[in-house]
Design a protein around this ligand. Structure first.
Ligand code: ATP
Ligand code: MG
Length: 600
């Protein structure tokens, strides 16, 4: 698995992002503060004018000095020209400073907004998307995207725009002053820019795209190995993982070398064109001077202009390279923004009306995108309000899928899932999910305090309510033993708690949520008998007055439920209470029961 999307179904395929897509998304942010942008542009134009005046005043200064020396009429005009020259220089730096101050505010605000928007969008992607995407890669894409936006904006608005205007301006000045040199210069600029764009887009960009892809793969590889660090350790597989990682790094190394080398080739091409142009213009000016059509000041104007433009054009190569890298990095963010939500609320979807908690599957057909045949075909089932239902069956028979469909983590292909007579497709996902409390198999906790974790469903819950929930979940006894009690930070993903402790925190959460429907995905890891009893006691208390679904791995958990559903390949092959089912001769449940009984 080299990238985050390699093995995922088409839902997760990267979207083809073009240059235009990148620019349109950037434009949304650029023009989000039009007034501030207009002020910045005013200062940019002032800078361009001063920039053009700079070589002109330099030429003027030299002409005045030469005239003063040759005619001997005094140096006053020369001193005035010097003052003018200095005034232009100083004013340029003042204007640039003010422009940057305003620009900084604009840039930081836009970056912050971009981050917020991207976070909000990615957070709404389906659980399926998140399950198929490395969190580490997503983190990198979002943070990298922020800096990529900054680089694109900076290069286009602060460099290419003013420098482009400056080139147009000086070319115009030259054409007015000495048309032949000016026209030659204009042709040279067009060739320079055209060649730069061609080499950059056809030769450099593809290499940059490949290098950026390899770079993302490194992030994904590190994230994968670190997430599974426990497995790596337990198999003593560090060396193997290192070898695997080395391959990823080597692939990046080779691609990076090619990309960087091609970047320098671009600079080389630009320099050759530029130096040749420089030679030609000065050569032609000397010709004009020999016929008395140009002064020493004109030569100084040209030389000053050359060194000024030379500086800009040297940067153009770098900027094009940075711009290309930034656009390929920003493409990930564009992908996030352009990607439709896999599970979307209908426009103005109402909230689910919380009633008694009746669950109905009516003619549901559903299959995972990756597999051909549907898992559920014309599936029908009603779970009565307050009923306690246990789901059993072999691995892969569709128990977890059943639960995911109730939470609408996937949309059904045909038919409908209804809660209290309301199609869950038609109500808001937030209201649906808050009506269904899930106690997962292996609960993950936020790296926040225990009380925040317990109160996650209802952050405004009082200290008393939190304690009461913990007590009913049989969690208070271990929490009270912790030195910091309810203020204990539980470590990233709750690693500082044992499996049984985390499960009880999850049950406490469900008490706070107070939803009419509760789903337990029973832990497969064997808990000690005391913990198991504690958890079963907590579960029984939570079930009271709520529709309950228990995905059971140990049949002992479902002995007392009202109805057991035996799943096999997406169908219910047997149902009834424990007592009835074990009496069925050669029944599926009985076979499962006898197997576990022997094992126990
Ligand atoms: N995200 C997915 N993409 C594609 N196929 C999936 C996905 N999740 C599950 N499946 C497939 O759907 C079928 C049912 O899976 P499900 O997770 O519902 O089984 P289960 O009964 O919960 O099994 P277990 O007891 O092992 O948890 C399996 O064949 C599984 O491979
Ligand atoms: Mg399962």
């Amino acid at each position: 698995m080299s990238t985050s999307t390699a093995s995922a179904p088409s839902l997760h395929k990267p979207i083809d992002v073009t240059w235009r897509d990148v620019m349109s998304l950037c434009a949304v942010y650029w023009f989000s503060q039009p007034k501030r942008l207009a002020v910045v542009m005013g200062f940019v134009f002032a800078m361009v004018v001063l920039d053009i005046l700079f070589p002109i005043t330099a030429g003027l200064l030299v002409d005045r000095i030469v005239t003063a020396i040759q005619a001997g009429e005094g140096f006053d005009p020369a001193y005035r020209a010097l003052c003018l020259y200095m005034a232009v220089v100083v004013l340029f730096f003042i204007v640039r400073n003010v422009r940057s101050r305003i620009w900084n505010v604009l840039a930081a605000r836009n970056m912050a907004q971009l981050l917020e928007d991207t976070f909000a969008k990615v957070q709404k992607f389906s659980s399926d998307w998140h399950a198929n995407t490395f969190a580490g890669a997503t983190v990198r894409k979002i943070t990298r995207g922020k800096w990529a936006y900054d680089a694109i904006s900076e290069i286009l608005w602060m460099n290419f725009l003013p420098q482009g205007l400056m080139v147009i301006g000086v070319t115009a000045v030259m054409i007015v002053r000495y048309p032949s040199v000016g026209l030659m210069f204009a042709v040279g600029v067009v060739i320079h820019v055209g060649a730069s764009i061609l080499v950059a887009s056809r030769y450099v960009r593809p290499a940059n795209v490949r290098a950026a892809g390899a770079d993302s793969a490194i992030g994904a590889a590190v994230a994968d190995a670190m997430t599974n660090n426990a497995a790596v350790k337990s198999f003593g597989a560090e060396i193997r993982e290192e070898a695997r990682f080395r391959n990823t790094v080597l692939s990046w190394r080779e691609k990076a070398i090619v990309a960087w080398t091609r970047g320098w080739d671009l600079i080389f091409v630009q320099q050759v064109i530029w130096r040749f142009m420089q030679f030609l213009t000065i050569f032609m000016l000397i010709g004009l001077a020999s016929r008395g059509q140009a002064t020493a000041g004109d030569i100084v104007f040209m030389l000053t202009l050359n060194s000024q433009l030379g500086g800009y054009l040297r940067q153009v190569g770098d900027h094009i390279r940075q711009l290309q890298r930034a656009t390929s990095e920003f493409a990930d963010v564009v992908d996030f923004h352009a990607r439709p939500l896999q599970i979307a609320d209908q426009a103005q979807a109402p909230s689910l009306r919380r009633e008694e908690g009746r669950i109905e599957f009516s003619n549901v057909t559903f299959g995972y995108e990756a597999s051909g045949k549907p898992l559920y075909d014309q599936f029908n089932l009603t779970i009565q309000p307050g009923e306690r239902v246990g789901l059993v069956g072999p691995s892969g028979s569709g128990k977890s899928t059943f639960v995911k469909l109730i939470q609408r983590l996937y949309d059904v292909d045909k038919g409908a899932v209804m809660i209290d007579g309301q199609n869950i497709d038609a109500v808001s996902q937030t209201s649906l999910r808050s009506s269904v409390a899930l106690v997962p198999q292996d609960p993950l906790l936020f790296h926040r305090s225990l009380s925040e974790n317990i109160a996650y469903a209802r952050p405004e819950a009082s200290k008393g309510e939190i304690k009461e929930a913990a007590r009913r979940a049989r969690a208070s006894e271990f929490i009270d033993r912790l030195p910091l009690g309810y203020d204990t930070l539980v470590g990233e993903r709750g690693v500082k708690l044992s499996g049984g402790e985390r499960q009880r925190v999850a049950i406490a959460r469900a008490f706070i949520a107070d939803a009419p429907i509760v789903i337990f995905d029973e832990a497969t890891s064997s808990l000690d008998t005391i913990t198991e009893r504690l958890i079963q006691g907590a579960m029984r208390e939570l079930m009271l007055g709520r529709t309950t679904i228990i995905v059971a791995h140990r049949l002992s958990t479902v002995k007392d439920v009202d109805r057991i559903l035996v799943f096999d390949r997406g169908r219910i092959v047997e149902q009834g209470c424990h007592q009835d089912l074990i009496r069925v001769d050669s029944g599926r449940y009985r076979a499962l029961y006898e197997m576990q009984d022997v094992a126990a």
